[in-house]
Every structure is written in structure tokens, then in C-alpha cells.
Design a binder for this molecule. Sequence first.
Ligand code: SF4
Length: 459
Amino acid sequence: MLVLPYEIERPARYIGKEPLRVRKDPERARVRFALCYPDLYDVGMSYYGFFLLYEILNNMEFVFCERVFAPWHDMETHMRKRGIELFTLETRTPLRMMHMVGFSLTYELNLTNVINMLRLGSIPMKREERTWGPFVIGGGPLCMNPKPFEQFFDLFVLGEAEEVLPKMLQLFKELIGERRDRVIAELAKVEGVYVPGCAKGAKRVYVRDLNLVAHSVRPPIPIAQSIHNRLNLEVSRGCANGCRFCLAGFVYRPYRERSIESLKVILDQALRNTGYEEISLLSLSVGDFTGLEQLLSYLGCNYRGLSVSLPSVRVGSLKEGGIAFLGQISRTGLTFAIESGSERLRRRLNKRVDLDGLIRSLPVLKRYGWRKIKLYLMLGFPWEEEEDIKETGRIVSSFRKAGIDLSLSVSTFVPKPHTPLQWLRMEEKDRFLEKLALLKECTRGSKIKSAPFEKALIE
Ligand code: SF4
């Protein structure tokens, strides 16, 4: 039995009693897989990709896939003091007793949590130290450049895991009990599997037709506060816009959509299973989804009262019909990623947005009830000049004149691997802070949020 002292904050993070969690007999599972998210329960339980794999793997009759999250400091201290090893939520099995431990790698700053979780799970930290115990696998967008952290993993899945993991586990079940190096050598033959140090290299694998692969319809419902507690509906994957700084735009190529018919089936099943009253339409650029108006109209007609949120929308991609439907069924604000107010700079980034068109459409947005808008901006491009930042200030004042409650979220440009800007240097901290100060000066009166420069530097 898990006994937690009263000082542990949000103990529900660790008890694993969520409705819709998978229950299987661990004795009968031939492969036991720990699906790890290297961040808190609150973050991992909001991530669609995590639930998708959880469902796909558990739909395989011989696999039992269980969830593991990073503990908060108070719980970690308690575990270390009492000698409690990191365990799975479903059966409280220590990590070291699983066959495979797979980490979803989505954010650079979480990589140190991977190492911490391995230590808490009594698994040797480095690949070469592991002569026993589970195979440690990495997957997710960070694996496009695994070199900096490959010493901690036995294998990587390159590309979209739903295409690779099931094949890997089919093969693995026949190899249980074999020598470790032989298992790794055999798994390396699966397309999309990369073994560090292996001369063969590996090819990124992706799903060709989204309509032919599963969508999560029974995600476990969080019982402790999570960042989002709503249904995620993945309407498309990839992005056809090709902004030159955007890792996601290159990692998830090509652009693919789910059909309206399959989305309706998924939606009906998932809402029936979960009872959610809010959904988020997942896409890198949801306004570009060709079936958006049709889908919103279906939601408006069949799910009155359901709240719909859209992640960042590309400027110009929402037509008046979509705005009108959304005004009826959404209670969340609109977010546009414009990156910069300067047309000159946006051209260099290949960020094609019609800002004048957006400003002209502000009265339409207001008419349909949109009064809050968030703009994503990016600072720190090497060719950025003062005039570009002042131009952003002028754009922001146009929004304010139109009576829009505007907030700004500023991120630092980080040259990412596999993007055309990967070899650019990063801005010096002092210069970045000067630019940020100028932006604040030019946009005085708007709420502005920016992440610490050091975080971007680590990324
Ligand atoms: S529109 Fe958004 S998701 Fe698409 S490439 Fe540009 S920044 Fe990336």
C-alpha cells in the first residue's frame, strides 16, 4: 500500500486511480512497458501523444503499458528518504522490473528529468552501464537530434511512434530472455529504430494516411489538477507553411488531415467515453485545416454547450464563417503567431501572414464576441533591427485602437536542428535584453510575458 505523508502536495498525482485507466493482469502480459513522461503528472496528463501511445500499446493483447511521471520535489525527497523506487501508476511496479521504459521527449529542458527518473527507478543511467534491466527507449520530436543525449538511451524511435513501436514490440516478445546485445541488434532492424553507435543509421518513419491509424478515444481522466483537462481531437498533422525557424513544421512533414467522417466517429466515441465538455482541436495550424468550418458546424449542431479551443491560428487562415461558428461555441480567446510586426523580417522567416488583413478583420472578430487576442512574438533573429521592433509596436497599437484586449507572449529565437536556420548563431544575452526592453517600450500598456533567456540558451 502507498502511504503518503500529509506534507505531500497533490497526492492524487501518485495514486493512479483515474477513470479510464487501463487495468490488465500484469502476470499475463508478455511485455510490460513503462510509458514515461519526464515532467509532472499535471503536464503529462495533458499531452495527446502520450495518451495515443498508451491506448495503441494497450490495444495489443500481449502488452501492458503503464504510465510514469516525474515526481515533484516533495515526493522525490520522500522517496529517497524511504528508499521508494520510482513506480508505474497502474500497478506500482518499480521501473527496473519493466521490460521496456520509453520516454516521450518533447522539450529540451526535460532531459535532466529523464536522468533523474532513471536514477529514482534504480536503472543504470548510461547505456554502457546497463547489463540488465529494462531497455530504455527515446521517442518524440527531440529525437531528430539525439546526439547530445544518446548515451542515456539504448534505442530511439525516429519519427512517428505509432508506426514503429507496435512492430518493435511484436519482435521483442520473441526475444525476451535473449542476450541484451542480440535483442538490441535485432530491434535495430525495424525501420525507424536508431541504435546509438550503430553504423547503419536510421530513417524517419511517418504515418502516410491519418485515417488509417488509431486516435485516442479513452484517455484516462486526470484526478489531480492538470494543465488541460479536456478532449484533444487531432484534426491534422504537419504543417505546409514552411516557416524557416519552426522545428515542428519540419519534424512532422508532410501535412496530413483526418477526414470529417472519421473525426465525427472519433468525437462521438470519445465524448461518450469521457463526458468532457471542452475539446481542443489539435493541429500545428488549425486554421489551415480544410474541414474546419464543416467540423465546427457539426459541433455547433450536435454538441450545444461544448466549449472548443483552438491552439495558435495562422493569421489569415480563419474565414468569416469559421469566426462566426467559433463565436457561438468557444469560450476561449484567439491566439495568433505573427512572430514579428515587420513585413521585412517575416519574409526572411518565410512567415506568410496578412497582418493588414487581420487588422481589417478586427471589427468582424469583435462582432462575433472576440475581445481577447494573444499574439506570439519572437525576438533575437540576427538580422533584426530596431525598426523591426518599432514596427511590432505600431501593429500592437492598431489592435488596441480597435478595442481588443491584447496580450503578448515573447519567445527567444533558438536555431533548431533540421531547419534552414540551424546554423545561425544565437543572440547574445545583453543584446537580447536590449531588444526586449525596446519591445516593452514600444508596446507599453499591453500585457507581455517572456521566458528567461537562459532557458532558450539550454534549448
Ligand atoms: S505556421 Fe506555425 S506550425 Fe506551421 S511552419 Fe509556421 S510556425 Fe510552424
